[in-house]
Design a binder for this molecule. Structure first.
Ligand code: HEC
Ligand code: HEC
Ligand code: HEC
Ligand code: HEC
Ligand code: HEC
Ligand code: HEC
Length: 496
């Protein structure tokens, strides 16, 4: 044995050498990246992925290779394979190379534990960040992230709703996250990402951490302005008082659904929970009422346990933050606030048509919308166009901006692929149950009475509103009585 060696002879083997080299190199890179992340302003999302997930893995591998090499060499010796010297493994502190090895081992282990602690703490934070959720999976979650940023929840983290408190959901979400990362890397993810999220954490443990059911919401006051496509018509306005209600002792209003005085259970015939044909209301006294739609699959026998879902916040507020607005809505807003000049002839009709077309990519949409709008005004309104070119060009830019923040062709995501369940105009929403067709055996119906949810207190063309604080009978803006018999979403698509 060579007396100059500083470590036990068992350390002198190829595997251990490789381990030491790997750990040294990775360790040095890590120290550098750590420092960059702590002191620097670098916000490159991939850097985090490398610093906190990939390199620590390599470092651990390197460190594991060191003892693995020792064991490997020892086992070769045991099996009588040729080595320099045959000896039993022992530690003798009177020998300097044994002391050195032990010292390196202890310091190394301590360092490893420290680094894994700091590392996993940082890794934990990193995987909880909006950056990780929304940017690393850049294209895949771009629609959700874009919509989220402009929503009332744009400052809370993705994980507050998607994971919540506690280690078990953290682990669960990381397991499903790992599957998703593989799908993203192999480009085999679904477009659009499926909704509803069937394994979303119950609202009880997420939304209710910040919004408690005991809070009383009272009445919300809405005033909306609609730009009809009819030539020359003034904008139509509707103001309504929406009875949200709620609160600890309230048993009225929309928020009575928050399981205040009755629990509601339902079963849907489709994946997206849009065709609800069986509903059960259970009062606090235990009284049950079952309502079924005329064509319900469950007319004669109730659905199985697995098919029944207890209604909670998400069944109405399914888009509290990922709101993909329908074009009629964001166009009305843009016209009302003057973002787009409402005096441009046919501007709403034409933009709804262009916004509703299907495009392959945002780039294609941008190009086509601009071109089509220009060509349309050139050919159909040449005089207007000649005199108001700037207004049309500015409108085109704004329409494209609106498109890009609400419609995502690459992910096939828009208002109609991800229907909002609040309301009933362009999606079935509340009318999934409140369509006046869901009946109990005793003939009770889930109400479609317009006044049961909101009171219309003002309506009519801008400037000559009809007003009554006691409530008005709804007047359909373009006239016609079909809305009395049909559901709004039968005609209203949200686009053209
Ligand atoms: C206010 C709570 C909340 C926040 C914050 C939030 N989400 Fe969501 N997210 C939801 C709800 C609720 C759903 C699905 C509702 C359903 O199942 O119908 C959802 C659905 C999704 C979906 C499935 C597709 C879809 O649109 O339904 C993805 C992907 C998603 N969220 C990603 C994110 C990302 C990325 C972030 C952070 C940038 C984030 N979420 C932040 C509440 C939230
Ligand atoms: C971490 C705390 C937090 C969580 C979790 C949370 N919210 Fe919120 N929510 C907020 C805040 C803050 C606001 C903004 C209040 C404001 O702007 O006045 C808000 C606003 C809202 C609003 C009003 C939106 C509007 O248009 O003004 C709704 C509805 C809502 N949240 C529903 C939900 C639902 C449903 C969930 C669960 C999926 C949820 N929230 C989870 C904090 C939270
Ligand atoms: C039956 C459907 C329904 C259910 C269930 C429901 N909500 Fe609502 N909630 C509404 C409607 C409708 C509004 C009015 C806001 C709107 O139209 O955008 C509203 C308003 C709100 C607001 C905003 C009030 C404001 O002043 O801005 C919050 C916050 C909210 N709900 C939270 C919740 C939470 C948390 C739950 C679950 C515990 C829940 N809601 C369950 C339908 C529902
Ligand atoms: C899954 C089915 C279902 C959905 C979806 C649903 N509701 Fe209801 N709702 C019911 C049932 C059932 C009742 C009656 C409860 C009872 O009296 O036992 C009810 C009662 C109500 C009441 C009280 C009506 C009255 O006459 O006392 C209001 C208000 C209401 N819902 C508002 C809404 C709003 C707003 C939405 C959409 C955001 C909505 N509901 C969505 C099932 C539903
Ligand atoms: C079960 C409750 C419920 C019933 C019944 C109901 N509505 Fe609504 N209505 C809502 C909610 C919730 C909204 C959405 C408010 C929002 O956009 O945030 C809404 C929105 C509207 C709007 C505004 C639509 C928009 O996108 O601007 C109109 C108009 C309207 N309702 C008319 C009616 C008429 C007419 C009836 C009777 C046939 C009726 N509603 C019955 C709950 C109800
Ligand atoms: C038979 C088809 C039909 C039914 C059913 C229907 N609508 Fe309409 N609605 C229309 C048409 C057509 C317009 C005119 C669109 C335009 O001029 O841009 C319109 C316009 C509107 C507008 C103005 C929209 C805008 O952005 O300019 C509102 C609000 C509206 N309807 C509410 C309702 C409500 C609420 C219901 C259900 C209670 C309903 N409608 C049912 C056909 C229908």
């Amino acid at each position: 044995m060579n007396k100059d060696k500083k470590f036990s002879y068992l350390f002198y083997n190829a595997v251990t050498y490789a381990g030491v080299m790997l750990s040294l190199v990775v360790g040095a890179v890590e120290v550098f990246l750590f420092a960059m992340d702590f002191f620097g302003k670098s916000r490159n999302p991939y850097l985090g992925l490398i610093t906190y997930l990939f390199l620590p893995g390599l470092l651990i591998l390197g460190l594991l290779l060191i003892p693995a090499g020792v064991l490997w060499k020892q086992s070769r010796i045991k099996r009588g394979l040729p080595t320099i010297e045959l000896r039993r493994f022992r530690i003798d502190l009177s020998l300097s190379h044994h002391r050195n090895a032990l010292l390196v081992f202890i310091i190394g282990t301590a360092l490893l534990i420290l680094m894994s602690l700091v590392g996993s703490y940082r890794a934990f934070h990193y995987t909880e960040s909006v950056q990780f959720c929304g940017v690393v999976c850049h294209q895949v979650m771009n629609p959700e992230r874009t919509a989220y940023l402009k929503s009332p929840h744009g400052k809370i983290k993705c994980v507050e709703c998607h994971i919540g408190e506690g280690a078990d959901w953290y682990v669960r979400s990381k397991l499903s996250g790992a599957r998703q990362v593989i799908r993203t890397l192999s480009n085999s993810y679904e477009r659009p990402i499926k909704t509803p999220v069937h394994n979303l954490r119950p609202a009880e443990e997420t939304c209710k951490q910040c919004h408690w059911p005991g809070k009383f919401f009272g009445t919300m006051d809405f005033k909306r302005t609609y730009y009809l496509t009819e030539e020359g018509s003034r904008p139509w306005q509707i103001r309504m008082l929406l009875n949200v209600g709620g609160g600890d002792h309230q048993s009225y209003g929309v928020h009575a659904h928050m399981n205040v005085d009755h629990d509601i259970y339902y079963a849907a015939e489709d994946e997206k929970r849009q065709k609800i044909t069986w509903v059960k209301s259970v009062g606090k006294n235990g009284n049950e009422t079952v309502f079924t739609a005329p064509d319900s699959r469950w007319k004669d026998s109730p659905p199985s346990e697995a098919e029944i879902r207890k209604m909670d916040c998400i069944d109405c507020h399914n888009r509290p933050t990922h709101q993909f607005s329908p074009p009629y809505r964001f166009m009305n807003d843009a016209l009302q606030y003057g973002v787009i000049d409402a005096s441009i002839p046919k501007i709403k009709e034409k933009s709804l048509e262009l916004l509703s077309k299907e495009y392959k990519s945002a780039g294609e949409a941008r190009h086509s919308i601009e071109k089509a709008l220009k060509e349309y005004y050139e050919s159909d309104h040449p005089e207007y166009y000649a005199a108001n070119r700037a207004a049309v060009e500015s409108a085109a830019r704004e329409i494209i901006k609106l498109f890009e923040s609400n419609i995502f062709p690459e992910m096939k995501t828009r208002w109609d692929t991800h229907p909002d369940n609040i309301g009933h105009l362009v999606t079935p929403g509340c009318f999934r149950c409140h369509d006046g067709e869901h009946r109990s055996a005793k003939g009770k119906i889930i109400s479609r009475d317009c006044r049961s949810c909101h009171l219309i207190v003002e309506q009519g063309p801008m400037g000559s509103l009809e007003k009554n604080i006691e409530g008005l009978d709804f007047q359909h803006p373009p006239g016609g009585d079909e809305w009395k018999e049909m559901n709004c979403a039968d005609c209203h698509t949200g686009g053209a």
